[in-house]
Unconditional design. Structure first.
Length: 225
């Protein structure tokens, strides 16, 4: 079944690769990004449609979702991929709380607002799905003192995943996934995984017939929150 899919932060890295793989499978993909120039270039490269979206700004999210609902009105999959990691060198005691706030605005409130606004369309779909791109750095059993803003934001995103599943899991499959340490601008050149592997589980969650819901996954397998 050809699906209508929105991918946030699709101009580079894992998001761009997710878009590429989904388009190759024949799906109708809207690639979003803050930068119009970079987003348009990426969309042309992978064969997706581009829409401007800054998930750190509520007004921009509302403008995007209102236009999407008016112009398209159908959605099968929302992939909340856009995120930032800007607290290198910080720990829980010396963290700049403005950086923490900025990170949470982007990594948590952005996906949360999009989910609220687009849930009605997803609930109307015959196979609605939400995929939150999280990280093992936010897993409770593996929390450490470094990168506190990023870790807390991903723990919160995982919590949002669980609660969204509890609310609409009967009609929409809701999951979080960890791509692993991937060679992207965020992950760095020393990362152990190629971007194709990092995107694999998200694409599977978006398209496979038999997937779980309300879970945290890596490599298509459930992992601990």
């Amino acid at each position: 079944m050809r699906k209508r899919i929105i991918v946030t932060g699709g101009n580079r890295g894992i998001g761009k690769e997710i878009c590429r793989q989904l388009v190759e499978q024949g799906h109708d993909v809207v690639l979003t990004a803050r930068s119009i120039e970079k987003g348009e270039d990426a969309a042309i490269e992978v064969g997706a449609r581009f829409r401007e979206l800054d998930v750190s700004k509520k007004d921009n999210i509302l403008e995007f979702t209102q236009k999407y609902k008016a112009e398209v009105g159908e959605l099968d999959v929302l992939i909340n991929n856009a995120g930032i990691l800007i607290d290198d060198g910080m720990n829980v005691l010396n963290a700049d709380l403005e950086v923490v706030q900025q990170t949470i605005e982007t990594n948590v409130f952005g996906p949360w607002t999009l989910t609220q606004e687009l849930a009605p369309l997803l609930e109307k779909s015959a196979d609605g799905r939400i995929i939150n791109i999280s990280s093992g750095m936010g897993a409770i059993d593996d929390l450490r003192a470094d990168h506190p803003a990023y870790r807390i934001s991903k723990t919160a995103l995982n919590s949002l995943t669980i609660m969204t599943h509890q609310q609409i899991g009967a009609s929409v499959k809701v999951n979080a996934m960890c791509p692993g340490w991937v060679r992207t601008d965020m992950g760095g050149s020393g990362a152990s995984r190629p971007v194709e592997k990092g995107a694999e589980t998200a694409v599977w969650l978006a398209t496979a017939e038999d997937i779980p819901s309300g879970k945290f996954l890596r490599d298509k397998k459930v992992i601990d929150w």
